[in-house]
Design a protein around this ligand. Structure first.
Ligand code: CTP
Ligand code: MG
Length: 612
């Protein structure tokens, strides 16, 4: 989670944002959108969704209860003070029960909070003003409350997915496309997951409001960009919600004095102190003040969220907006991306901690870039250049360091022939994705969603994915030569596996199931039984240094190859692969013919049997 502390440069967006948030309850744009009398819009904007979520959080509380059975009593108690919209139940990993209650309005919520009390016996405990409360057992005879007129909106609403059940459902799917869709439907961040993320943002915002004026704390990253899964981390940014335009338009003349000399690192320290003292549920607060973007990390125990809070990173929010918009343009974008992220996790290409490997964000850009390519029946997504070209004055956004983040925000204005041209199924797109990157010239070319076409690499870094909002930067500059090679090998393996699997009979490893097996831990059942017995390896990749795809030896790449590997598993895998290849040299070498001949030539592979 990251907090942004923005200077007064932002044009337009924050003004609109503030207007939406300040408008009373149901008059905000998103609710107008929901009215049945309105002409339905094809696309809702990111700002509308954010405004709706923030408004929801402002009229909600999270109450710790004894169990799911506390619902009737809690409903009865609260509805004596205010009208209730809905109640969701969940448990955290410590087995504690909570109910998120959404009231009809912010005013309703205020009425309820007036009734809140504090710990009476323990005078050392200071009650914290926050939307996280607990429901005390009643003293004396039980009060008879009104019976709930609604049902719980969810029970155990953020529980981990039952892998066995999911596995069975995936086995039973009719097509690979159905499998991809099912995986997306079952694992994507749900409504309660999103609500809780905005609740934490609201809580942190109210804590930091005691330090700063005119601020907002906003979620960004996978919590809001449409590609998040249940349990994903929460990235938060502390932003200034006032901009020059707002001040000037309002004719504001009284201006807050500011403290001089406090850089981002000091603000991060202050925020960390405030969280430790004043944020109920915040634990393991860790300051990382000297990173390029200073952050505070903490665990939020009531919601089971790992959070990163940063300052001055509005570009991260605009990036999330861009990803969200592209994901909303076509129904295939999010399921395909979620599958690719899951495959990369299973193949250990991505890891839970940062390092010399690719992460979900650049991987997502790779999927979007692929979807911009023209296949036989057209492309799926427009280029960012196209969205920039169509932007109006209402779309102007400037982030920190005068970074221009202007692009078309209202996708309803995008002509229909600019997207969704390809009619390919998810199954075809997935295969084409792996084939495309099996053949991609990583040595010379960079990936740019701005252009939608490969561009010349400005340096010899193994993987070059241009930051769409700051084109001089490579978002995958951390990726080492070995990790890039591993990515290419795994992409080729996946293309082979998927292609070969399509003709095979449906079994426990059919379709995407083979792609989702994890390397050393049990993922979806089969791993414990046979390991990765049918994973494939490219002979060419392992032994042929003259492979045109392998970057020429630079001093850096030589050093990287000589350097001791940190990832033990990679080392073991390479040793195993070499041993196996020794034994298998005489065995059948399979020649794979990709279906899409326009982008794929032939790749020689050897079957790597029985390697665990
Ligand atoms: N970001 C960015 N530039 C980068 C890295 C990240 O703008 N070089 C922004 C993106 O908006 C990204 C967000 O920061 O989505 C959070 O980054 P990260 O947590 O690494 O990625 P997520 O998309 O949140 O994916 P994950 O689920 O792995 O957290
Ligand atoms: Mg994240």
């Amino acid at each position: 989670m990251s907090v942004i502390f923005q200077t007064l440069r932002n044009k337009g967006k924050t003004y609109l944002f503030k207007k939406i948030i300040n408008s009373t309850q149901s008059t905000c744009k998103c609710f107008q959108f929901r009215k049945s009398s309105d002409t339905p819009k094809k696309f809702i904007s990111f700002e509308e969704v954010v405004a709706q979520r923030r408004a929801e959080a402002k009229r909600s509380i999270v109450v710790q209860v004894n169990s799911e059975a506390s619902f009737s009593e809690l409903y009865g108690y609260c509805s004596e003070y205010a009208a209730i919209n809905g109640i969701h139940h969940y448990k955290n990993s410590a087995g504690e029960n909570f109910m998120l209650i959404e009231f009809k309005s912010e005013e309703d919520l205020k009425e309820v909070l007036k009734s809140c009390t504090t710990h009476q016996k323990d005078m050392d405990v200071m009650a914290l003003n926050s939307p996280f409360l607990w429901f005390r057992a009643a003293k004396g005879p039980k009060t008879k409350y009104l019976q709930p007129s609604i049902k719980l909106a969810s029970v155990n609403g953020i529980d981990k997915i039952d892998e066995d059940k999911l596995f069975k459902e995936l086995v039973d799917c009719e097509t690979v496309s159905d499998q991809i869709q099912l995986l997306y439907d079952r694992t994507t961040l749900n409504d309660l997951g999103a609500r809780l993320r905005y609740m934490v943002a609201r809580q942190i915002e109210s804590v930091l409001k005691s330090l700063y004026a005119n601020i907002a704390v906003r979620p960004f990253g996978s919590s809001v960009n449409g590609f998040g899964k249940m349990g994903c981390d929460l990235d938060l940014v502390l932003t200034n919600i006032v901009n020059e335009d707002t001040c000037l338009q309002a004719g504001a003349r009284l201006v807050y004095q500011a403290a001089g000399g406090a850089g981002a690192a000091r603000h991060v320290g202050a925020a960390a102190d405030a969280l430790e003292l004043r944020a109920a549920g915040a634990a393991r607060v860790t300051r990382i003040p000297h990173a390029r973007v200073p952050i505070v990390k903490f665990a939020h125990t009531y919601t089971d969220l790992d959070c990163d809070l940063c300052y001055n990173n509005m570009s991260g929010v605009y990036m999330s907006e861009l990803l969200w918009q592209l994901g909303s343009l076509d129904v295939r974008v999010r399921p395909l991306t979620v599958l690719v992220r899951a495959w990369a996790r299973a193949a250990r290409l991505t890891q839970p901690h940062p390092g010399r490997w690719i992460t979900n964000f650049p991987l997502t850009l790779m999927v979007l870039f692929f979807l911009q390519q023209k296949t036989s029946d057209g492309f799926v997504l427009p280029t960012l250049k196209n969205l920039v070209k169509r932007a109006g004055t209402e779309d102007i956004r400037v982030a920190e360091d005068n970074l221009n983040c202007t692009f078309l925000r209202d996708m309803n204005k995008l002509p229909a022939d600019c997207y969704g041209q390809s009619t390919a199924s998810l199954q075809t797109l997935l295969l084409q994705f792996f084939e495309f990157y099996s053949q991609f010239n990583f040595q010379d070319k960079a990936i740019s969603i701005n252009e939608g076409a490969p561009v010349r690499k400005p340096n010899s870094l193994p993987l070059y994915i241009i930051n769409p909002l700051e084109q001089a930067l490579n978002v995958s500059r951390n990726v080492s030569f070995e990790e890039c090679e591993r990515l290419i090998t795994e992409v080729r393996n996946a293309a082979w596996q998927l292609d070969a699997g399509l003709d095979r009979q449906k079994g426990e490893d059919w379709g995407i199931l083979a792609l989702l097996e994890q390397r050393s831990t049990r993922g979806l059942k089969k791993l414990l039984r046979v390991g990765n017995s049918h994973r494939l390896v490219s002979v060419k990749d392992l032994f042929n240094d003259s492979d045109t795809r392998v970057p020429q030896d630079t001093l850096k790449s030589k050093l990287e190859r000589l350097a001791p590997k940190t990832d033990k598993e990679v080392e073991q895998t390479v040793v195993q692969m070499k041993e196996q290849l020794g034994k298998e040299k005489e065995k059948k070498v399979q020649r794979l013919k990709f279906k899409n001949t326009s982008i794929a030539s032939e790749v020689f592979r050897i079957r790597r049997d029985k390697i665990v």
